[in-house]
Design a protein around this ligand. Structure first.
Ligand SMILES: Nc1nc2c(c(=O)[nH]1)N[C@@H](CN(C=O)c1ccc(C(=O)N[C@@H](CCC(=O)O)C(=O)O)cc1)CN2
Ligand SMILES: NCC(=O)N[C@@H]1O[C@H](COP(=O)([O-])[O-])[C@@H](O)[C@H]1O
Length: 211
């Protein structure tokens, strides 16, 4: 149980590192927001576990990018340690996992566990894991959504920072529902980064106490 954790606010612009594995269309909203001169956060680097379209989006926004691929390391622990070191090199105050499809292990969490948050395309604790949209649709829910939570050693079990609800519509398939969830995620990500950067949040006994 995380009994006490604090994120932000920042003295200057909040330094954010983004982790991703895919298209990066949700991270793109963060890149776009950070381009505003008065934005209270900045994306200092984007790291991926594979070559990913999201890295091209970051490069187009003038943001440093790196690939830290599991296949380039002898085992998962070595990869976690290497990822942690590469993230540390950018001196982040916050790490945002936005479509990062790897479970972060102890070597990473030892270095950045207190400052890493993750966007999940379901209303946790419902439908954790790599297929939240598919699982919610298969279950027949009327309402799903997205969650921004602190990353802990479990899979999508960390304290919840905030959520957005999205109704399932007649005829939805995984792609159409996920696209509507991503629209909600983009707003959730930017709003939450602004709140952390300007006021900060404390996690006390799993509850988010916003300043
Ligand atoms: N320690 C944690 N690491 C991560 C969390 C977390 O809550 N704790 N969230 C994930 C993101 N995520 C859901 O939001 C998630 C991503 C991936 C998986 C998963 O089972 N991945 C497989 C490999 C998938 C692949 O790349 O083929 C695996 O890691 O074996 C579950 C949940 C980010 N990391
Ligand atoms: N379990 C992790 C997970 O499913 N994450 C999800 O991957 C998508 C990335 O979209 P994007 O690459 O277009 O930004 C987002 O919907 C995010 O919540």
């Amino acid at each position: 149980m995380t009994d006490h954790l604090a994120l932000g606010p920042a003295a200057g612009r909040l330094r954010v590192v983004v982790l991703l594995s895919g298209a990066g269309s949700t991270a793109q909203a963060v890149f776009d927001a950070a381009a505003a001169p008065d934005c209270p956060f900045e994306v200092v680097a984007v790291l991926a576990d594979r070559r990913a379209e999201g890295l091209e989006r970051a490069a187009a926004a003038g943001i440093a990018t790196e690939v830290v691929a599991p296949a380039e390391h002898p085992d998962r622990d070595a990869w976690n340690a290497a990822l942690a070191a590469r993230v540390s090199a950018h001196r982040p105050e916050l790490v945002l996992s936005a479509g990062f499809m790897r479970i972060l292990g102890s070597a990473y969490l030892a270095a950045h566990g207190g400052r890493t948050i993750n966007a999940h395309p379901a209303l946790l604790p419902a439908f954790p894991g790599a297929h939240g949209v598919r699982d919610a649709l298969a279950h027949g829910v009327a309402v799903t959504g997205c969650t921004l939570h602190v990353v802990d050693a479990g899979t999508d079990t960390g304290p919840i920072l905030d959520q957005r609800a999205v109704r399932v519509e007649a005829g939805d398939d995984e792609a159409t529902l996920h696209e509507r969830i991503k629209t909600a995620e983009r707003e959730l990500l930017v709003t939450t980064l602004n709140r952390i950067a300007t006021g900060g949040v404390q996690i006390r006994d799993r509850k988010a106490l916003w300043t």
